[in-house]
Ligand binder design. Structure first.
Ligand code: SF4
Length: 346
């Protein structure tokens, strides 16, 4: 594994002004991200999990430079990405790819699936016409679209449209893929197929950030997970081997849980404190301050909770923000994470 994270996000803040529907409506400043630190290493598939409005899509879009940040830093493969000019970014864009939520909107209604992939390979990948066509066919076959080379987007099912967007991205052998809810609107069977195609066809050293509110997807396909709430990362853990312990994460990952709070988030301190079952056992005033991510005795990731922080100060010092220890880092002294399942079928 590389000694350099593919993505490193430092103290990322994003805020914007929201205006009401009328000219005289008061303005409101919305804080979509409130100080996010995160690392994503080569070979990792990171689930960014949270409800609508938690900041997960904003985080993903800022990482790829599709949205501007307000404060903080984004480094990709060690380079400052947030301050890089568009001309320089263009040199790297072939390696850093985005899978949009709305596949139909991303496809040209006049182009067949093969034309979509071949054009990407020609324009971005620099391949000649014949080579682009050959590689495009190979990628579509790998994604189960051998019978659909000449289908237009409107002639394809939702799952097939997603596969064409994946084929365009994967054909470029990217080093970073950011996928924003790539299975939204699909039935459970198609969801699994699309995620299998995405994760199973990533180059070995590629890093992938999968934005999802589908907990089953995180558990099955991702080597690491971060849970977001109200612009914060509140927990990092290995979804294939561990269960989350933050009370909000537990609700998210419990399919039988009561509806999650959406509007009752506290405006200062821990946003979950009005609904948190752990507050009673703790000093409630402590929860008026938002805790940072800390090591916990419950798993090898980290959690933003005063009650769940490790009582042993030594472990976790070298944990990265995705809850893992970089095994190739000689300075890493944190306890190694249990080996996550390899990508693909678990
Ligand atoms: S910090 Fe406090 S309110 Fe937040 S999860 Fe922990 S105990 Fe609950």
């Amino acid at each position: 594994m590389s000694r350099q994270p593919t993505v490193e996000v430092k103290q990322l803040h994003k805020s914007f002004v929201q205006r009401g529907p009328w000219p005289w409506s008061p303005e409101r400043r919305i804080h979509a991200l409130k100080g996010v630190d995160m690392q994503l290493w080569p070979g990792q598939v990171l689930a960014v999990v949270g409800q609508s409005g938690s900041g997960k899509t904003t985080l993903a879009r800022i990482v790829l430079g599709l949205e501007e940040l307000s404060e903080g830093q984004v480094l990709i493969e060690g380079r400052r990405w947030d301050t890089m000019g568009e001309a320089e970014r263009h040199r790297y864009r072939i390696h850093y790819q985005y899978v949009p939520q709305d596949a139909m909107a991303a496809l040209d209604p006049q182009q067949t699936s093969l034309e979509h992939v071949a054009e990407t390979l020609r324009v971005l990948g620099g391949n000649g016409r014949a080579e682009a066509r050959k590689k495009g066919e190979e990628m579509l076959v790998r994604l189960g679209l051998s019978e659909r080379f000449h289908a237009l987007p409107r002639e394809m099912s939702g799952g097939e449209q997603r596969r064409v967007t994946l084929a365009r991205v994967l054909a470029l052998a990217p080093r970073l893929v950011v996928a924003d809810e790539p299975t939204s609107g699909l039935d459970p069977q198609r969801r699994q197929e699309v995620l299998r195609d995405l994760v199973g066809n990533l180059p070995t050293e590629a890093a992938c950030m999968l934005v999802t509110h589908n907990m089953a997807a995180a558990k099955r396909w991702c080597t690491h997970a971060v849970v977001m709430l109200d612009g914060w990362i509140i927990e990092t853990f290995d979804p294939q081997n561990d269960m989350p312990v933050h009370p909000y994460s537990k609700l998210l990952f419990d399919p039988w849980s009561a509806p999650l709070p959406g509007t009752s988030l506290a405006t200062e301190g821990c946003p979950f404190r009005d609904d948190c079952p752990l507050v009673e056992g703790s000093d409630p005033d402590r929860c008026r301050v938002m805790p940072s991510l800390m090591a916990t005795d419950h798993h090898d990731g980290r959690v933003a909770c005063h009650q769940l922080a490790s009582t042993d100060p030594s472990p976790g010092a070298a944990l990265d923000a995705t809850g893992s220890t970089n095994p190739s880092d000689p300075q890493s002294s944190g306890s190694p994470i249990p080996n996550p399942q390899p990508r693909g079928e678990s």
